[in-house]
Write a protein of this length. Structure first.
Length: 248
């Protein structure tokens, strides 16, 4: 999925009014509604009997049109709109809670998927499987407490939420922390200067853009060589000035 998708507006209608961003909210809301209707059509077209199972490719057809961020937002909202959320497994409910949807009793119902709970869960599980197939790094690949770690000299995992979906590739996620006030935990500054292990790009990020420090048991071979190169460069002793010979 190489396409970029319209931005998912993260705030409520009331907050959008306060920020004078009603147009952004309305555009995103309309796309949310369209996405929910697309999920419903896909579920109907891929229904495989009364047990709730859906045929292969059901979620993929919607993900290709709307992207993971939008689809996850709509699905998370749909779980909260169920009359009996216990019809959905606890694991899927916990997954839905990881995506914050601003509560709005009047409007959120419009982009809730109208489907039986078993079929909604089957669709969600297909979407989860499609996401896992991307091979992205996440908090589960990190070590230690991200809030207490020094990022300098470490391999950092870029949060997928920071990246455009067109850039969702493991090679865009691993960065070597070079420095900046944001490398130090609890510092007032947020800047983290880092080098991408995938293509060598050097960029300034904020500390919050990273999911944490990679547990290097997950370090892929393609990144190891670049990491060793960067670390060896940083460990080289600084060249001193020219040595002046004594007069003899």
């Amino acid at each position: 999925m190489a396409a970029d998708f319209p931005h998912v507006y993260p705030y409520s209608r009331q907050e959008a009014q306060r920020r004078k961003e009603e147009r952004l909210y309305t555009d995103s809301f309309k796309t949310n509604v369209s996405c929910a209707r697309a999920v419903e059509c896909a579920v109907r077209d891929h229904c495989n009997g009364a047990d709730g199972d859906l045929t292969e490719g059901c979620a993929l057809s919607v993900l290709e049109q709307y992207g993971f961020k939008r689809v996850n937002f709509v699905l998370a909202n749909s779980i909260t709109q169920l009359d009996d959320p216990d019809q959905i497994s606890s694991a899927v409910r916990q997954w839905g809670q990881r995506t914050f949807v601003p509560p709005d009793r009047k409007y959120n119902i419009y982009f809730a998927v109208n489907a039986a709970a078993p079929r909604l869960e089957s669709f969600i599980r297909q979407a989860q499987e499609a996401y896992r197939a991307l091979g992205l790094f996440g908090p589960e690949h990190c070590t230690g407490d991200r809030h207490e770690q020094d990022y300098a000299g470490k391999v950092l995992v870029m949060s997928p939420d920071t990246l455009r979906e067109s850039c969702w590739d493991p090679r865009n996620q691993l960065w070597y922390g070079e420095g900046g006030f944001g490398c130090t935990p609890h510092a007032r500054g947020q800047a983290v200067f880092a080098t991408c292990l995938g293509d060598g790009e050097q960029t300034r990020w904020n500390r919050s853009d990273f999911a944490g420090v990679l547990d290097e048991q997950y370090l892929p071979d393609w990144a190891r060589e670049k990491l060793e190169e960067l670390r060896s460069l940083r460990q080289e002793p600084e060249q001193s000035g020219p040595i002046m010979g004594g007069m003899g």
